[in-house]
Design a protein. Structure first.
Ligand code: SAH
Length: 229
């Protein structure tokens, strides 16, 4: 799967996408991430990517021309399954959307900055607007990194133990059960006996029950969804 990410600060994407699982996914050739600095698509000598908002008010707005130039170039090279704009007013990213995106081949992501991008870019190029939650970030780069990480780890072959992604929270609208590692007793707190029993069926049942309990208590909204199937 290939991600092309357009940004005025691509440096912000380097660390989150070049370590651990994301690095391995790219080294294995399962995931490609290309970043583009929108300043490289400006034509003026100040390499200006933003301008004052029409109608006045605080903050700057990302200009149409550099974004259009970069997107036109990419769109001429390949077709994209989705052109995403990261935005607080988009659909909220959840595991279902991650699963859906993980089936795609080419996804473009535009990161906003300042007050956001000129609305006409959204109308012309964007096929999906995605928010990572009801709060405001200073730029879309962290949101893009969240999208690439949450989608990238679902690609077949990225996680060593393939069943691992399937047992994570949200995969079946349930939260994950608690996990423990050695030592079996720590500060007089014991690991539940069943996990030490080696009895696979009982362990599965215990984990399932814990998932149900946890979801009921912490996320009644999600539990409703689970019951509806
Ligand atoms: N004026 C905008 C916020 C701009 S924040 C508004 O009130 O809606 C600057 C940029 O950060 C946005 O253009 C967007 O790309 C990114 N961003 C901020 N919060 C985000 C969120 N919750 N999810 C995804 N992207 C976000």
């Amino acid at each position: 799967m290939r991600f092309d990410i357009l940004s005025v600060l691509p440096e912000l994407l380097e660390s989150p996408l070049n370590h651990s699982i994301m690095k391995r996914a790219q080294n294995k050739g399962l995931l490609e991430v290309h970043t583009y600095n929108l300043r490289d698509y400006t034509t003026d000598k100040h390499r200006q990517v933003d301008d004052y908002p029409f109608g006045g008010g605080a903050g700057m707005v990302m200009k149409c021309e550099p974004i259009a130039a970069c997107m036109d170039e990419l769109l001429a090279e390949r077709s994209y399954d989705m052109v995403i704009y990261t935005s607080p007013d988009g659909v909220t990213l959840d595991q279902h959307l991650c699963n859906r995106l993980s089936m795609m081949d080419n996804v473009m992501i535009l990161c906003g900055h300042y007050k956001g991008v000129d609305e006409r870019i959204r109308e012309t190029y964007i096929t999906m607007e995605v928010s990572i939650g009801d709060y405001v970030l200073s730029g879309g780069e962290l949101a893009a990194a969240v999208i690439v990480d949450s989608v990238g780890r679902l690609l077949p072959g990225v996680l060593n133990d393939e069943s691992s992604a399937l047992s994570d929270s949200f995969q079946d609208d349930l939260l994950a059960p608690p996990v423990f590692t050695r030592p079996a007793e720590w500060r007089e707190k014991k690991v539940p006996d069943v996990l030490l029993s080696g009895h696979e069926k009982n362990i599965d049942t215990w984990r399932y029950e814990q998932s149900i309990e946890r979801t009921k208590k912490r996320r009644p909204d999600l539990y409703e969804k689970y019951l509806k199937g």
